[in-house]
Design a protein around this ligand. Structure first.
Ligand SMILES: Cc1cc2nc3c(=O)[nH]c(=O)nc-3n(C[C@H](O)[C@H](O)[C@H](O)COP(=O)(O)OP(=O)(O)OC[C@H]3O[C@@H](n4cnc5c(N)ncnc54)[C@H](O)[C@@H]3O)c2cc1C
Length: 257
């Protein structure tokens, strides 16, 4: 049978919009498909939560593809190795307590398993605002990234979410908009974003986990976003904290009421 271009087009439009319609109301909306967001999504989906990941870029994986300075090897400490093992990602001991893994294998495997566990990725979509009701964040305002990039005068759409995870990395984009517009006090010392501090790997890797928590009603922070929100130092190109933070964010949501 000859291929029909219109059938191909119909298939894409039909399937995509069915997927989008099915995720206009979710248990958890994860903003940012970097390592923290992907790991959180995997564990949440595994626990039966309906999860949508919104990622601004065409590709997911955030800063993990490039290891450190675009050298595509990642380093994790021994505390995080069990997560890579669980995903079946091959590691190699470099020195006692330091393990390396191929960055490409790591990102593609974690993404694949998050999606197979049931998390749905919406790439090329930017979260530009939140939906708020009586002091609680109850949803996200989303737009196509090219609309944002070109500055087109186009209204966004919105989705509902039981919980949101800000896993947007250094820029804490969801929290910035909440701080600016939502009139909600953040669960930090000052009630505002504290901002990221200079590099200290040992301390940063520890505080990343402590900083992974609910920062205002309905919103959790994970990964670099957690450190930036609570004034933690950056850690340099070691990824264990990102993986452990994603797992912790998922556990906190799964175990909340
Ligand atoms: C300037 C810079 C400095 C860095 N410094 C460090 C460092 O000190 N230590 C370190 O470990 N790593 C650093 N990295 C590397 C990297 O960011 C992190 O290691 C790691 O990838 C962070 O993981 P994450 O999951 O928290 O966020 P990221 O990997 O950064 O992923 C966040 C994702 O969120 C997406 N996103 C952001 N805003 C939105 C939005 N509004 N809507 C939808 N999607 C959105 C981004 O496109 C990205 O894919 C740095 C990266 C950069 C760019």
């Amino acid at each position: 049978m000859p291929l029909n271009e219109v059938t191909i087009t119909r298939a894409i439009i039909d399937r995509f919009f069915r997927k989008l319609m099915d995720h206009l109301e979710v248990d958890v909306a994860v903003v940012g498909g970097g390592p923290a967001g992907l790991v959180a999504s995997y564990f949440l989906a595994k626990a039966g939560k309906k999860v949508a990941i919104f990622e601004r870029k065409l590709s997911i994986g955030g800063g993990m593809w490039g290891g450190g300075m675009m050298f595509n090897e990642i380093v994790v400490q021994k505390e995080a190795k069990p997560i890579l093992d669980m995903f079946g990602i091959r590691t190699s001991e470099y020195k006692k307590g330091y393990y390396t893994a191929d960055a490409i294998e790591s990102v593609s495997t974690i993404c694949s398993q998050a999606v197979r566990a049931g998390a749905v990725v919406f790439n090329c979509i930017t979260v530009e605002d939140v939906v708020i009701r009586e002091g609680r964040i109850v949803g996200l305002v989303i737009t196509w990234s090219p609309v944002e990039m070109t500055g087109l005068h186009v209204d966004p759409l919105s989705i509902r979410a039981g919980n949101v995870i800000d896993a947007t990395g250094h820029d804490t984009e969801v929290l910035r908009v909440i701080e600016r517009k939502a009139d909600v006090r953040l669960n930090t010392e000052t009630g505002k974003l504290l901002g990221e501090r200079s590099l200290w790997a040992e301390k940063a890797e520890k505080v990343t986990i402590d900083n992974t928590r609910e920062i205002c009603p309905g919103v959790y922070v994970a990964g670099m976003s957690a450190n930036a929100a609570f004034g933690g130092p950056r850690m340099g190109p070691i990824f264990g904290g990102m993986l452990l933070s994603g797992k912790r964010a998922a556990e906190l949501i799964i175990n909340s009421k």
